[in-house]
Design a protein around this ligand. Structure first.
Ligand code: 4AZ
Length: 273
């Protein structure tokens, strides 16, 4: 009976995934450790007002006036930009808040639910920000860039430290190095234990996978960046999107593949600045 209840509840949770309730989306990093103070200067925290300006998703600064995040953080039903704020790189959430207002929320037109793909969105800040030692932009990859197993890729965020276990105070930004899992292998992994036909793809071409049973992103990390170092330059390969739990066997974390959406991003984000 309890098992049935759990099944029903997790089914309902699955149904509400990607629903217009960003506040219910919390994910954090599993494994890994606290980020050094000078690292990941493009990481941002998205906030919504509850009793306080609460973190609900991550994001990344891709231009002085633009934040890249996940579609399911701010869509598919768009809220008024006035109800959200952006906090730039902060070592401990809430301790030195300087919240920035946003002027526009742009969710990819094909976004409907994380599991269906196009889980990507842009937020325009009301004013461009000044970059500094701890606030910097993350480079977008060239369209031809591939991210393969063996590359040095990291995911960062203030999300859960395990399934259903939120990051404890003082809420340090966390980082974990995650192994890239090639799409067809990841798709095979996700079919294990499911009756989904082998010919039905769970992992779409506009997604990528990373992580293992010790290292993963989790609830609250959503919208945050998966970055890889390519010839000495950090590039954003993915956006934290979804997964079946966190750090579970045969269930790598799933990310929106940034190279699939470069043309859409550049419709809004100026290339030269
Ligand atoms: C979530 O629910 C979520 N393990 C984010 C990332 C992952 C799973 C779930 C990846 O926001």
């Amino acid at each position: 009976m309890l098992t049935l209840l759990v099944l029903v509840l997790s089914f309902l949770a699955g149904l509400t995934h990607g629903a217009p309730a960003p506040v219910l989306e919390r994910a954090v990093i599993v494994g890994g450790k606290e980020a050094p103070a000078n690292k990941w200067p493009w990481q941002v925290s998205l906030r919504v007002h509850r009793e306080f300006w609460m973190h609900f998703c991550g994001g990344s600064l891709v231009h002085p006036q633009w934040v890249l995040t996940a579609g399911h953080c701010v869509g598919p039903n768009i809220v008024n930009p006035s109800v959200l704020r952006v906090q730039l790189r902060e070592q401990h959430l809430y301790y030195h808040d300087q919240l920035l207002p946003i002027s526009r929320i742009i969710v990819h037109p094909n976004f409907y639910a994380a599991e269906s793909g196009a889980d990507i969105a842009l937020l325009e800040l009301q004013e461009p920000v000044n970059t500094s030692s701890h606030v910097q932009l993350i480079s977008l990859p060239p369209a031809s860039q591939t991210f393969s197993p063996g590359m040095s890729c990291w995911v960062t965020g203030w999300g859960d430290v395990n399934n259903g276990e939120s990051l404890p105070p003082p809420f340090p930004l966390k980082q974990v190095k995650v192994p890239i899992v090639e799409n067809s292998l990841c798709d095979n992994n996700y079919h294990t234990g499911l009756q989904t036909g082998d010919n039905v793809h769970i992992i779409h071409d506009d997604m990528m996978c990373a992580g293992n049973t010790h290292k993963d992103s989790c609830q609250g990390d959503s919208g945050g960046p998966l970055v890889c170092r390519v010839n000495g330059t950090w590039m954003q390969a993915g956006v934290v999107s979804w997964g079946d739990g966190c750090a579970q066997p045969n269930r790598p974390g799933i990310y929106t593949r940034v190279t699939s959406y470069l043309d859409w991003i550049y419709l809004y984000v100026p290339k030269e600045f």
